[in-house]
Design a protein around this ligand. Sequence first.
Ligand code: S3P
Length: 428
Amino acid sequence: MVETVQPALALNGTISLPPDKSISHRSVLFASLADGASTVHNYSSAADPESTVSCMRQLGVRIDKDDDNLVVHGVGRNGLKTPEDPLDCGNSGTTMRLLSGIVAGAGIESTLIGDESLSARTMKRIIDPLRSMGAVIEAADNEFAPIKIKPHSGIKPMRYPLPIASAQLKSCVLLAGLFGESDTEVVEQVPSRDHTERLLGLRSEPYGQGKIISSSRLDKLPTQSYTIPGDFSAAAFWMVGAAIHDESALVLENVGMNPSRTAALHILQQMGALIDITNERMQGREPVADIAIRSSELKSININPALIPNCIDELPILMVALCFADGRSSITGAEELRHKETDRLSAMYNILSAAGADVDLRPDGIIITGDPDFTPKAAEFESHHDHRMAMAAAILSSVSEEPSTILDAECTSISYPQFWTHLQRVSQ
Ligand code: S3P
């Protein structure tokens, strides 16, 4: 599908965000491992979380769905069944990496497959530690899906210093650790999102600059009532949208505010964005709040490499913000962006260049010289079937003077099926 984005003079209104994708996946995975029924309220209907539900059903977990509410009838750590068909993770890296930890830990004979984009993403980062823990795994070129997991003689606990700051890798190893007789210890020096530790209530203690998180068979996995907050990563598109448009104000309700996810908000505030946070509260184990953001005069910034894991999914839309900031900004230490649904560094460089922005691509980042009066050239933008590229290009295009088109725009359904409707509704 090709979507035409009309220029907007302003963005105004209130947006109810899609449910958080990372927490949605985890709620179903963790509820499946508990003994008994858990409820999940406000489950995401986006394609990625749907992939997780269908994989868990294939593994013998009954999941009842009523609108956006689920009842997950957990089967316990030892109750998963051998699936008859390959487990299709679709486009979802989180499904493939976290589920690999579970099925490899349990030693369930299964094959995990994905779409073209997911099959081109390296899984070596999870295969290596899982093999060290005793899992038996085959993969295409030893690195890519299909990932074949075979029964084994038991999980060997280990101490694992994370070689990259990745919540998917951390979660994969900790989930496999839940099947070991004694502690698997993951050493994390650079923090990444902590939903897994939080929602499972895993033990963690300070270690050097970071922490050690432990899991073992002895950790109890109680049934829970999960309520999924609005997705901060989706909120970031509207925060930038309101900030770069004149005469704009958007209110985002019930946004997940987990501190391991909100660096983009602090970066925008440092850039001078006018943001009000109200109604801060806890929803289950996750903090949430409402965010109001207005048209802002943005200053340039150098984004600190240590913050990259905390804003990895927001970097594409932050790059759009940098085009409107006064002066030279830089993003460094973001090589990981090249390993997402597409090479997001190159894809964003192409999108911003096509719009006439002053950008310079680096192996691990980008330099952007912004201008508060920047008017993006209308263009035909490639999304590369990547939801975050399509949404970043759309927000950028809404500031143009002529309509632009976004190719393969249906990919927004991966995380935000209502995005195009919401954009039309708030555009004036
Ligand atoms: C995610 C972790 C991040 C993020 C992805 C979701 C998660 O990936 O980019 O969209 O839910 O754990 P990495 O852990 O590979 O950086």
